[in-house]
Design a protein around this ligand. Structure first.
Ligand code: AMP
Length: 467
């Protein structure tokens, strides 16, 4: 049997192909039959351009149903889908092209789709093995060169099936899709649930409050990043009534603040389901669908994922399992460095697992602060700052310090008095953990997935203690 992921999806498309796949904001629907045919025509175009199994197709394009057809067509012909963040500059794109050596680069999926309309659909789906590549995902690495994580067809299929079943996904579900599709969250985690169930998606080009609120009338599931939830909470029109049709709100890609979880529960009566994942492994842990969703915890390892903590109670999170990536594209040494001898991937996240098996993340290993020889986990300090009156969110970083090596610095969304905050923190924390400086800001720098970019904060404050 072929392990081509497109063949798996097509086997799950609804028997009645007239059923909708995409429901657009203007009410237009694109059916599963349209998706299948569009995919087949684009697949034909790919083959006429010489795209063969194993070839990379680099795609930097606006979010659209046609871009999804391009993704599926790439799978159909056995090629390797390589999406790029739409924010990347020409120079960055140039790097990715030289690294991936694609057969084809697509910058406009709609134009490609239009061109494919004159071609005969390609009905055949190329036979592939589970270990063959489905996609190359360039990590949003903030240090060094961005690495291409090689994801396999079998790995994506295994993960998607485990996710869909953990979240009780069915053909009755309607997904509110407002995420970008150049990242694993919107491209794989969200869409694969819909495809595996032949279910529709309310399709939004981007997160826009009014469209999201309107979409909730029809949808049952939303997958989002934490900033989606803070934006919804900031909108008075987001009421219990508006959310009432929704079965499930999922959050991932960045830490969900406990205050967001609590405020959301107060507003809607619903508990956000937080899960944790990364490009190299897709979904790693999830809170339960049935059972307690504990704020601050990312839940239990997904079925099929082995997870362990290296070196002590709180330490590096390491994982093993069938949905893990195959390595970094053309970087065998880098790949070897990030796996242990017994085949666990070193995620670079630091956390702990409680006696019940729930996983708690304290941050990225590279964000760990070493001050005066002591380890400081930023999350511990952030949780305390976040409880202070007037504080919305905080980011704690380490910056070079002549005496301590690194000093703890807090950047805080909100208003307050620096000296009072430091004094208050000092009552609750050892001196080496207490921020030496606190800055109040309107917002923190974030990437497209809502992750706070601590590297930018560290750069900004690098000279703070310079003598
Ligand atoms: P990416 O490969 O761009 O998806 O980034 C993956 C990283 O995002 C992980 O290694 C974590 O550091 C972070 N991340 C994802 N989900 C969560 C979560 N629920 N809580 C905390 N961090 C998360």
């Amino acid at each position: 049997m072929t392990a081509n992921l497109y063949a798996l999806f097509a086997s799950r498309f609804p028997a009645d192909r007239a059923k909708p796949c995409f429901i657009l904001s203007d009410g237009t629907e694109i059916s599963y039959g349209d998706l299948e045919e569009g995919t087949a025509r684009v697949a034909r175009l790919l083959t006429t351009r010489g795209v063969a199994p194993g070839d990379r197709v680099v795609v930097q394009t606006a979010k659209s149903p046609e871009a999804v057809m391009l993704y599926l067509a790439t799978l159909k012909v056995g090629a390797v889908f390589t999406p790029l963040n739409t924010a990347y500059t020409e120079a960055e794109v140039g790097y990715f092209i030289s690294d991936a050596e694609p057969k084809l680069v697509v910058r406009d999926a709609i134009a490609l789709f239009a061109e494919a309309q004159t071609l005969e659909p390609l009905n055949e789906t190329v036979a592939r093995d589970a270990d063959d590549l489905a996609s190359l995902i360039y990590t949003s690495g903030t240090t060094g060169r961005s690495k291409g994580a090689m994801l396999t067809l079998g790995g994506l299929a295994t993960n998607a099936q485990a996710v869909a079943s953990s979240w009780g996904y069915s053909d009755k579900d309607v997904l509110l899709h407002a995420l970008p599709i150049f990242h694993v969250h919107g491209l794989f985690i969200a869409m694969h649930c819909a495809f595996l169930n032949g279910a529709p998606m309310v399709w939004l080009a981007k997160f826009e409050d009014a469209a999201v609120l309107a979409g909730m009338k029809r949808a049952t599931v939303m997958m989002g990043v934490p900033t989606f939830y803070t934006r919804l909470l900031a909108n008075a029109g987001f009421t219990r009534d508006v959310a009432s049709h929704m079965r499930l709100f999922v959050s991932g890609s960045a830490p969900l603040l406990e205050s967001t979880f609590d405020d959301f529960a107060d507003r809607t009566g619903k508990r956000i389901l937080e899960r944790y994942g990364m490009s190299e492994a897709i979904v790693i842990t999830t809170n339960p669908l049935d059972g307690d969703r504990v704020p601050g915890s990312v839940g239990f390892p997904l079925p099929g994922v082995e997870l362990r903590i290296a070196g002590g109670d709180t330490g590096g999170i390491e994982i093993r399992g069938p949905s893990l990536f195959k390595g970094y594209w053309r970087m065998p040494e880098k790949t070897a460095q990030e796996f242990t001898a017994d085949g666990f991937f070193i995620t670079g996240d630091v956390g702990r697992q409680d006696p019940d098996g729930r996983v708690w993340i304290s941050g990225r290993a590279k964000d760990l602060i070493i001050s005066g020889g002591y380890n400081v986990y930023p999350k511990e300090i952030e949780l305390i700052i976040d409880e202070l009156p007037g504080v919305v969110e905080s980011a704690v970083i380490g910056v070079p310090h002549p005496d301590f090596g690194e000093a703890v610095v807090a950047v805080v969304i909100g208003k307050g008095d620096e000296r009072a905050v430091i004094a208050e923190m000092r009552e609750r924390l050892a001196a080496f953990k207490t921020p030496k400086r606190v800055f109040f800001v309107d917002d923190l720098p974030r990437n497209a997935m809502g992750k706070v970019q601590k590297n930018l904060l560290r750069d900004k404050h690098a000279d703070l203690f310079k003598v």
